[in-house]
Design a protein around this ligand. Structure first.
Ligand code: NAD
Length: 462
């Protein structure tokens, strides 16, 4: 295995990758497939290490650590489909261009930067890497410093699998991130908060580097009625409290039709107890908050409203119980920014139009959840709201369909990935027109003639 360590400072590393990219080795389909196969094997070999790291960083149960390893699904899909994705696409050229051929050819971008967050610290670095490799790029990865064990596993895995001139990891904090952002890349793929997303985009603008921003926001969960109440409650509780609520597409808050609120809240309470027992602090299936600053921010959210379940916490191990808060208003701290933790505020509405206008008065969310079996109301939600994605009658599960591009809109981000969308994100679709010399109709050249004028009139006006 290749254990070449990265000793080069960042500008040197970028230069080396650029030189490697120019060798054209990353261009061939066979090279890309070989690298994806190596990456797959490296992940399979390190399952235990990934699970241990997720436990150390986030108190994650092994079951949920496998959400990280699920990135294998992205690799498998790319291995199967890449030969189709790389194919140039023939397009029709107009008759006046005859003889000619026109096509769209996916080109690698070059050297790309991938910056990741701490909440799914393995998957959110490796999954974009799959797209970068599939599309024929070199890549530098910057995992989050707040998940140090996972960062170490990523660094070891990449160093053991790839030459740093091709794929390398730059571990570290904001300083490292800023040093990287000072360099010119061909694409920056950033997953993290909206505030840092703005910083990344401003830095990228200096080099006119395109960005994909996978950001967060407050994803509403609208529960309208005409549902299987118990299953809805169970699915909401699951999506909210996996990874201790630290999921970018977790339902941030409940917006529930007034009449069904008491029953729904009862069933959510029931399922939380079923999942984590009477004392979730003792459950092996319930994680912890990533770091103290984030923990303190969450505790400050408990000040207002009526806690109807949970609310217990322990700073020593950054434990915060699954918590439901009723009687919340939009002015309360918990509704001011993305919660990103195990607190579910409950708001009510009377008419669906009222719920929609509450959602539309805020920045466009990453995900929107709608519970109702009524097809007309589902249609109404799809027509009148804007969000990165929508999942009807469940939560979080949309991320598991890799044929669905994953990404935000407005303040929840720009661009998307997963499946073919990842390949597209890391490719430039180059337009090519090829002419031949054996025919050269003269009507387009000066001096212009009446015949030429008649010809162009015909072409332009049809
Ligand atoms: P963050 O924005 O604080 O950090 C993300 C990365 O940016 C880290 O690697 C960090 O080192 C780097 N960074 C931090 N400050 C920086 C700065 N000033 N300049 C340059 N780089 C900087 O995000 P986080 O706290 O790690 O993750 C939580 C956020 O990520 C939430 O808002 C969540 O919704 C979002 N998120 C989005 C997705 C998605 O797919 N859309 C997935 C997971 C998390």
């Amino acid at each position: 295995m290749n254990q070449k360590l990265i000793t080069s400072p960042i500008p040197q590393l970028v230069k080396q990758q650029r030189e490697f990219f120019r060798t054209e080795q990353t261009q061939s389909l066979s090279f890309r497939l070989e690298q994806l196969t190596k990456l797959k094997q490296a992940i399979v070999d390190r399952q235990e290490a990934i699970v241990r790291a997720a436990k150390a960083d986030l108190g994650r149960p092994a079951f949920e650590a496998y959400f990280e390893i699920a990135t294998l699904g992205e690799i498998n899909l790319a291995l199967k489909q890449l030969k189709n994705w790389v194919k140039p696409q023939r397009v029709k050229s107009p008759i006046d261009q005859f003889p000619a051929a026109a096509w769209i050819q996916p080109d690698p971008l070059g050297v790309v930067l991938i910056i990741g967050p701490w909440n799914y610290p393995f998957q959110l670095i490796i999954s974009p890497l799959v797209g970068a490799i599939a599309a024929g790029n070199c890549a530098i990865l910057k995992p989050s410093e707040h998940a140090p064990e996972t960062s170490r596993v990523v660094a070891e895995l990449i160093a053991a699998t790839f030459d740093p001139d091709y794929v390398a990891v730059a571990e570290g904090d904001v300083n490292v991130s800023q040093q990287l952002l000072a360099e010119k890349f061909d694409h920056i793929f950033f997953t993290g908060g909206t505030a840092v997303g703005r910083i990344v985009m401003a830095a990228a603008a200096q080099h006119l580097t395109p960005v994909t921003l996978e950001l967060g926001g407050k994803s509403p969960c609208i529960v309208d009625g005409n549902i299987h109440l118990d299953r809805a409650a169970k699915r909401i509780a699951w999506g909210k409290f996996i990874n201790t609520g630290q999921t970018c597409i977790a339902p941030d808050y409940l917006l529930v039709q007034r009449q069904i609120k008491p029953d729904l809240v009862d069933r959510i309470k029931y399922h939380i107890k079923e999942f984590y027992g009477a004392d979730p602090a003792k459950s092996p299936d319930y994680g912890r908050i990533i770091h103290r600053q984030h923990f303190d921010r969450l505790i400050a959210c408990l000040d207002r409203g009526e806690i109807v379940l949970g609310g217990e916490y322990n700073p020593a191990d950054r434990y915060l119980a699954p918590t439901l808060i009723d009687g919340v208003t939009w002015d309360d701290p918990v509704m001011q920014e993305e919660i990103f933790g195990p607190i579910l505020p409950i708001l009510t509405y009377d008419t669906l139009e009222d719920a929609i206008s509450q959602v539309n008065a805020r920045p466009k969310p990453l995900a929107l959840y709608f519970f109702s079996q009524d097809r007309d109301r589902q249609e109404q939600i799809l027509r009148t709201t804007s969000s990165g994605g929508v999942c009807i009658n469940d939560t979080v599960m949309q991320v598991g369909v890799n044929a669905l591009p994953f990404g935000g809109v407005g303040e929840s981000g720009m661009g998307s990935y997963h499946g073919k969308a990842s390949f597209n994100t890391f490719s430039h679709f180059k337009s090519v027109l090829r002419r031949e010399f054996w025919l050269d109709l003269g009507w387009r050249y000066a001096p212009y003639t009446a015949q030429g004028l008649a010809q162009i009139k015909k072409i332009v006006t049809g």
